[in-house]
Design a protein around this ligand. Structure first.
Ligand code: B12
Ligand code: SF4
Ligand code: SF4
Length: 369
C-alpha cells in the first residue's frame, strides 16, 4: 500500500530509528536481492563450508517479497558497537571480536526493530512488517548497500563513510511504500589493506570470502576440529576475528575514545565448566557456540602462545570430558617447547581411550621429535 505522504512518513521512521539508537537507517525498494548472482556462485564454489543453513530458503534469500508477501520496502538499520584497542597483557590473554564484547546484539536489535514496527503501525494501522536480524533469510549487507547505508568493502562487510564498519545490522521488511535512498558510491578505490591483513588469505578476491578459511567461521561456526594448518593463524583469537576491519583506514581506532580492552585469561577459559560458561557468557553472543567450542578455541590459543605457562592448563584440558577439547589440547601441547609438555603428552597417551584423540597425541609427540 502507499501512504498518503511517503516522504514525510519516511522522515518520521528515520527519526524514530535514530531515537531507538540506530546511528544510520536506509531504505530500499523491495525486489530481487542485489548481487544474487554472486550469492549463487559463492554457494556453488562451496565457500560457505559447513554453514548449510545458507543453502536453505534460497528463494527467500534472493527475494524479500517471499519473506513478507507484499513487501514494498526494506528498512536497514545500523547499530554501532564500541571498538576498543586491545592492551598487550602477555601471551596468556585471549581476544574476542569487538562486536561480542557487549550484550548480544541479536536481542538488542530485535527489540528495537519490534519497537520500530510498533511505531509504524501507529502511523499506518494496516501496515504489516517482518524483522530479520542475522539469522533471517535476508542478505543484509547487499540490502544495506542498496539502501544507501554504505558500500560493500573488499573484505565483504558494509562500510559507512562516517562510522566505518564497526556496527551490526537489522532489517525490517514492510508492505508500505517508503521513499528509497540512493545507493552510496564505492569508497575503497585502490585500497586493498583488508585483503593484505587477512591472516589466512580468506579474502580470495575483492568482495569474495572463502569462509572456510575465515577465522570468524573457524572459531564461531565450525563445530568439529579446526583444520591443522589453520590453527596457528588463530593466534590468541578465541571468538571471531577483526583483522580485516582493524586494517581498514575507514575504521581508524586512533582518536576514538572506546578505551582499552584487557583481554581474557586463557587458562581460565580453558578450565570453564558448563555452569561457569552459562553464568559468564549467557547474555553475550558467545553463548551461541557453547562451552566446548569456546574451550577448543582457548586451548588452540594457549598452544599458539608458545609460553611454558600454558603447559599446566593444557595438561588439565587433556583430561576434559570433551574429546574435541582433548584433541586440540594435544595439538597445542605439541607446540610448546618445554619438557613439561612432553611429560603431559606421554601421560595422556597411556590413559586416552578415544582413537581420534590418541591419534592427535601420537602426532603431537612425533612432531616434537
Ligand atoms: C554467514 C555470515 C558470516 C560468515 C560468512 C561471511 C561472508 N562474508 O559472507 C562468517 C562466519 C565467515 C562471518 C563472519 C563475520 N561476520 Co557475518 N554474517 C553472516 C550472515 C549470517 C550471512 C551473510 C551471507 O549471506 N553471506 C553470503 C555471501 C555470499 O553474501 P554477502 O557477504 O552478503 O555477499 C554479497 C556481496 O558481497 C555481493 N557483492 C557486492 N558487491 C560485489 C562485487 C563483487 C565484484 C563481488 C564478487 C560480489 C559483490 O555479493 C554477495 C552475494 O550477495 C550475515 C547476516 C545476514 N543475514 O546477512 C552476517 C553479517 C554479514 N556478519 C557480520 C559480522 C559483524 C561478521 C564479522 C565481522 C564477525 C567477526 N568480527 O568475527 C565477520 C567478518 C568476516 C568477513 N570478512 O566477512 C555483520 C556485518 C556488519 C557489517 N558491517 O557489514 C552481519 C550483517 C550480521 C549482522 N546482522 O550484523 N559471517
Ligand atoms: S575476519 Fe579475519 S580471517 Fe576472516 S576475512 Fe577478516 S581478517 Fe580474514
Ligand atoms: S581496507 Fe581498504 S579495501 Fe578494505 S574495506 Fe577498507 S577501504 Fe575498502
Amino acid at each position: 500500500m502507499s501512504p498518503s505522504n511517503p516522504s514525510a512518513l519516511t522522515a518520521r521512521i528515520r527519526a524514530k530509528a535514530g531515537a531507538l539508537g540506530f546511528f544510520r537507517t536506509g531504505i530500499a525498494r523491495a525486489g530481487e536481492a542485489p548481487h544474487e548472482d554472486h550469492f549463487r556462485a559463492w554457494l556453488h564454489r562451496g565457500f560457505h563450508g559447513g554453514m548449510r543453513y545458507l543453502e536453505r530458503r534460497r528463494a527467500e534469500r534472493l527475494d524479500p517479497r517471499l519473506v513478507l508477501p507484499g513487501a514494498r520496502s526494506v528498512i536497514v538499520a545500523a547499530m554501532a558497537y564500541p571498538a576498543p584497542r586491545y592492551a598487550d597483557r602477555g601471551p596468556l590473554r585471549g581476544r574476542i571480536a569487538r562486536y561480542a564484547l557487549g550484550e548480544d546484539y541479536h536481542k538488542v536489535i530485535e527489540d528495537r526493530i519490534v519497537r520500530l514496527l510498533d511505531f509504524i503501525r501507529k502511523e499506518v494501522p494496516s501496515a504489516r512488517g517482518k524483522g530479520c536480524v542475522d539469522a533471517g533469510p535476508v542478505l543484509e549487507k547487499p540490502w544495506g548497500g542498496r539502501a544507501g547505508l554504505g558500500w560493500i568493502g573488499k573484505h565483504t562487510l558494509l562500510v559507512t563513510r562516517e562510522g566505518g564498519s564497526w556496527f551490526n545490522l537489522g532489517v525490517l521488511l514492510v508492505d508500505i511504500e517508503l521513499e528509497a535512498d540512493p545507493p552510496e558510491a564505492d569508497g575503497c578505490g585502490d585500497c586493498a589493506r583488508c585483503i593484505d591483513a587477512c591472516p589466512t588469505g580468506a579474502i580470495v578476491a575483492p568482495r569474495v570470502l572463502d569462509a572456510r578459511r575465515c577465522l570468524s567461521y573457524l572459531t564461531i561456526e565450525l563445530r568439529g576440529a579446526i583444520p591443522h594448518p589453520l590453527r596457528p593463524f588463530l593466534g590468541n583469537r578465541v571468538f571471531g576475528c577483526d583483522a580485516c576491519q582493524e586494517a581498514c583506514p575507514r575504521n581508524s581506532l586512533v582518536g576514538r575514545s572506546d578505551g582499552a580492552e584487557e583481554g581474557f585469561d586463557l587458562p581460565g577459559l580453558a578450565a570453564l565448566t558448563e555452569e561457569e560458561f552459562a553464568a559468564r557468557f549467557g547474555r553475550s553472543p558467545i553463548v551461541r557456540i557453547g562451552r566446548d567450542r569456546l574451550v577448543r578455541n582457548a586451548v588452540v590459543a594457549l598452544g599458539n602462545s608458545g609460553s611454558a605457562g600454558a603447559a599446566a592448563p593444557l595438561g588439565a584440558a587433556l583430561k576434559d570430558r570433551s574429546a574435541l577439547v582433548r584433541a586440540h589440547a594435544a595439538w597445542a601441547l605439541g607446540r610448546l617447547p618445554c619438557a613439561e609438555a612432553q611429560r603431559l603428552l606421554e601421560a595422556a597417551r597411556d590413559r586416552e581411550r578415544d582413537p581420534e584423540v590418541s591419534g592427535e597425541i601420537g602426532m603431537a609427540l612425533a612432531g616434537r621429535g
